[in-house]
Design a binder for this molecule. Structure first.
Ligand SMILES: C[S@@+](CC[C@H](N)C(=O)[O-])C[C@H]1O[C@@H](n2cnc3c(N)ncnc32)[C@H](O)[C@@H]1O
Length: 397
């Protein structure tokens, strides 16, 4: 099969995890960059990446690249590119461009010229041209324009890959599903370990974990832009999905407890989980969503595990800052009293969280939640005086 160059986009901080996922689906020459990974493979590799990657946001396929001086060169490069290999005049298209140190006066004008060139090529070839569709195009063309180079990609995902197809409503500031998957992977959680999220909101972390435990491919219940493109073997795609479907184990042994102070939010999270194909786990209590205050929620009895949460941020700019800070101190006291032996991970944009909690983190990882720079703090919850010893050791290391 012909080999192509692809670029997989992911949240900043998850590049290494994404590289591992790409290797696992057979990608070659995987190179982690900032906010994504380049790789080489056939169209089947890209389809597998769309289906199986939990951390990617998009998979882009490079279709042309060249140097340019002005927008006429860009027009010429687009005009001589064989777009008809991938789509036809009856597809709708949308062109977008990202520019870095680009000397062109107007990137919008460049976008217009790219669109004109594609349409002119089709008009000459077929007597018809693709229509432009802003909101739900069949084909998304992404141009990256640097100082003297322009690269064109086809977006194979369509809707971003973190949209797994189950979310209808939004709780307060939901995490993106691929960031939640990244948190679970970075924490070292595996399905044998009990998992608790006491600030669950719409349930993203718990749902993502349950789907991992059930070995449910993240892309199993959604469609992708490549399904409308030429050059992607749809028989093979159906086989891939069939294999992924038969690999699902809805009876996987797992113990996931999610809770939130808002009963409304909890109800929505449970609905989300059902839509995410997790009804069996909900029915027999392997996955629970309950209303509760993080200052009071108890862990499952007689076991230790991993707590992963994305609490409300108590930054100075937040008008509720003072009350969130004092709440986080109480949450910490509660964890110290009841979660000895657990590992607690918190994602927050508030760097002062460990101070607020009077806990010393044993690890911190810089991640981006969209544009928001965050820290993913790890706290090892140890009983009584050991706690101070562990904190001192963490300080020394
Ligand atoms: C940043 S959101 C979590 C978003 C979640 N990770 C998601 O993906 O939807 C914080 C959540 O904490 C909840 N919350 C605030 N105070 C709480 C408390 N004392 N106990 C439990 N939940 C609380 C809010 O209702 C909100 O849903």
């Amino acid at each position: 099969m012909a080999q192509h160059y692809f670029y997989a986009v992911c949240p900043f901080g998850l590049e290494k995890l994404l590289a591992d996922e790409l290797h696992a689906v057979g990608a070659q020459r995987v190179e982690a960059g900032r906010g994504g990974c380049g790789f080489v493979g056939g169209t089947e590799t890209a389809m597998a990446a769309c289906l199986h990657s939990r951390t990617a946001s998009r998979i882009l396929m490079r279709v042309a690249q060249g140097g340019y001086w002005d927008s006429r060169d860009i027009y010429d490069l687009v005009k001589k590119t064989a777009w008809e290999k991938w789509f036809g005049p009856d597809h709708t298209i949308r062109v977008a461009a990202t520019a870095q140190r680009c000397p062109l006066e107007s990137v919008d004008f460049a976008v217009l010229r790219i669109k004109d060139a594609i349409c002119d090529r089709f008009r000459e070839l077929a007597g018809r041209r693709p229509d432009v569709e802003r909101h739900n195009p069949d084909v998304r063309i992404q141009a990256f324009i640097t100082y003297d180079q322009v690269t064109f990609y086809l977006d194979l995902a369509g809707e971003a890959l973190f949209k797994r197809g189950w979310r209808l409503t939004h709780g307060e500031a939901p995490l993106k599903e691929n960031l939640a998957a990244g948190l679970l992977m970075l924490s070292g959680w595996t399905p044998e370990m009990p998992l608790v999220d006491p600030f669950c909101g719409s349930g993203t972390i718990a749902i993502e974990a349950a789907r991992m435990a059930a070995n449910m491919a993240p892309g199993l219940t959604r469609s992708f832009a490549f399904e409308k493109l030429e050059g992607f073997d749809m028989d093979l795609w159906r086989e891939m999905k069939e294999d992924a479907r038969s690999a699902v184990n809805p009876y996987a042994k797992v113990q996931i407890r999610a809770s939130d102070i808002s009963s409304l939010v909890v109800e929505k999270a449970r609905e989300n989980a059902a839509r995410a194909g997790l009804s069996a786990m909900l029915d027999d209590g392997r996955l629970t969503f309950t209303q509760g205050d993080a200052r009071e929620v108890l862990p499952p009895e007689g076991v230790t595990g991993v707590l992963i949460a994305n609490p409300p941020y108590g930054e100075q700019s937040n008008p509720k800052s003072a009350s969130i800070r004092s709440m986080m101190k109480s949450v910490a006291d509660h964890l110290k009293a009841h979660y000895a032996g657990w590992t607690a991970w918190m994602l927050t944009s508030d760097r002062t969280l460990p101070g607020q909690m009077r806990l010393k983190e044993s690890r911190k990882i810089v991640l981006f939640n969209g544009p928001l720079e965050c820290r993913f703090f790890r706290f090892d919850m140890v009983a009584g005086s050991n706690r101070r010893k562990a904190a001192a050791e963490a300080e020394e290391s």
